[in-house]
Design a protein around this ligand. Structure first.
Ligand code: DC
Length: 224
């Protein structure tokens, strides 16, 4: 059996999972995998190709034509969809509005989980998402479940999106987050839920440095 270390980070939308995951990967020299980016890239492909989310045959065919790759530069995760860099486009609202519905589809999840498990087979990795500690890596050495006050989460995402989306409103973001949380926690397929052995990390009142130290204190025992 391989003895690589897997850190699984799950939690609600815009809780800072990827910020923490990237900081951990940088500090520990682990590989960072943003599983949400994979679902976003699939949603983008479905949007561009007018895939009907009720049509299983169309979905199966589309999944065969989707090739995703990660490129890590400076511990920032870049994703390509059929060799096209889509890291920026997948963060836009038209994708955010669609992604939860796409991520709820059984065949989409089966295809993504398979790829995710392959990525974590032999290397030390930090992966963030919604089902990483429950479905993708139930045996991960460290599982963190992140949460934060919904208002704080919306404000953080607003600041992030405003420079490239000057017309966006805080209300729109708040509603989008609430909608995604609802869809992610109530869907039939792998709903967002805390694994029994996951450590809760509520970062409402924590700085990034503080949350990093908290997470490191749980990982370091496995690195001895
Ligand atoms: O983390 P994110 O906001 O980029 O995720 C985008 C969407 O994908 C989100 O609505 C939930 C879904 N997702 C999922 O269902 N499972 C994962 N492992 C990661 C993301």
């Amino acid at each position: 059996m391989s003895n690589n270390i897997v850190v699984a980070i799950d939690g609600y939308s815009s809780c800072g999972k990827s910020t923490l995951a990237k900081a951990l990967a940088k500090k520990l020299h682990f590989i960072y995998v943003d599983s949400g980016a994979m679902y976003r890239a699939v949603a983008l492909y479905f949007l561009r190709n007018n895939i009907d989310l009720e049509n299983n045959e169309q979905i199966a065919e589309a999944l065969k034509n989707i090739h995703l790759n990660f490129h890590s530069r400076d511990y920032q995760s870049h994703i390509t969809l059929n060799d096209e860099e889509v890291s920026d486009e997948i963060r836009q609202m038209h994708v955010a509005d669609k992604v939860s519905a796409v991520a709820a589809i059984h065949d989409v999840r089966v295809a993504m989980v398979k790829q995710q498990q392959r990525l974590g087979k032999s290397k030390n990795i930090v992966m963030d998402g919604r089902d990483i500690g429950t479905v993708v890596f139930p045996n991960a050495q460290v599982k963190l479940f992140m949460t934060a006050d919904p208002k704080i989460r919306a404000e953080r995402r607003y600041k992030e999106l405003l420079p490239t989306n000057p017309d966006i409103t805080l209300e729109e973001i708040f509603d989008n987050l609430a909608h995604r949380d609802y869809q992610d926690t109530t869907r039939k397929e792998s709903p967002l839920t805390r694994a029994e052995d996951a450590i809760i990390l509520d970062n409402t009142d924590l700085t990034q440095a503080e949350q990093l130290l908290f997470a490191l204190s749980h990982i370091e025992p496995f690195m001895a």
